[in-house]
Design a protein around this ligand. Structure first.
Ligand SMILES: [Zn+2]
Length: 177
């Protein structure tokens, strides 16, 4: 469970235990730890047993990961930004079976792109919406879904300098999948 602590250390980042989330600015009292707890609990207004709602799980994971790249490995940025690009720009209806295919494609890709880094936008400039906004404002299922979609779209937009890189990945992926 403490994996993210190790990853942060490996990335040279000191995690702050109090106050707002140091990465996304979420209105937490215990910083990134609480931000991750909200993320891990998911948003209970949405019934994820319904296959049509899986998209909100994918958007949540992508948005949160790209807001907090310091607690993930660097290639996660490629994966999550590529997936958002596929969803938003190519209207791909994502499903659980596509995720391992994208990972597999990226494994081949990264062997040839060892020096390619997707440098994240500055800390606290990765989208206005955060986990606590969604938690506090999800008065019903529709509102929760709308917020998650806006959250993912904002984060995706903030990573726009890398859209051309992931567009290449996505084209290759769509070709082989
Ligand atoms: Zn956060």
């Amino acid at each position: 469970m403490q994996d993210y602590v190790d990853l942060a250390e490996k990335n040279g980042v000191t995690l702050l235990d109090n106050g707002k989330c140091q990465f996304c600015g979420a209105n937490t009292k215990r910083g990134i730890h609480e931000c991750l707890e909200i993320f891990n609990l998911g948003f209970h207004q949405i019934d994820f047993a319904n296959i049509e709602n899986h998209i909100y799980r994918f958007l949540t994971v992508d948005a949160h990961t790209l807001q907090h790249p310091e607690i993930h490995g660097r290639w996660n940025n490629h994966f999550h930004l590529s997936r958002l690009h596929l969803i938003f720009k190519y209207d791909v209806k994502w499903s659980y079976k596509l995720s391992p295919k994208l990972s597999e494609y990226l494994n081949t890709y990264k062997a040839h792109k060892k020096d390619e880094y997707l440098t994240p936008p500055p800390i606290l400039e990765r989208g206005e919406i955060t986990t606590t906004d969604i938690l506090e404002n999800s008065i019903n299922e529709k509102r929760c879904k709308d917020l998650i979609k806006r959250w993912a779209q904002e984060v995706y937009d903030k990573w726009n300098v890398h859209h051309s890189v992931v567009d290449n990945i996505v084209k290759g992926f769509l070709h082989v999948k």
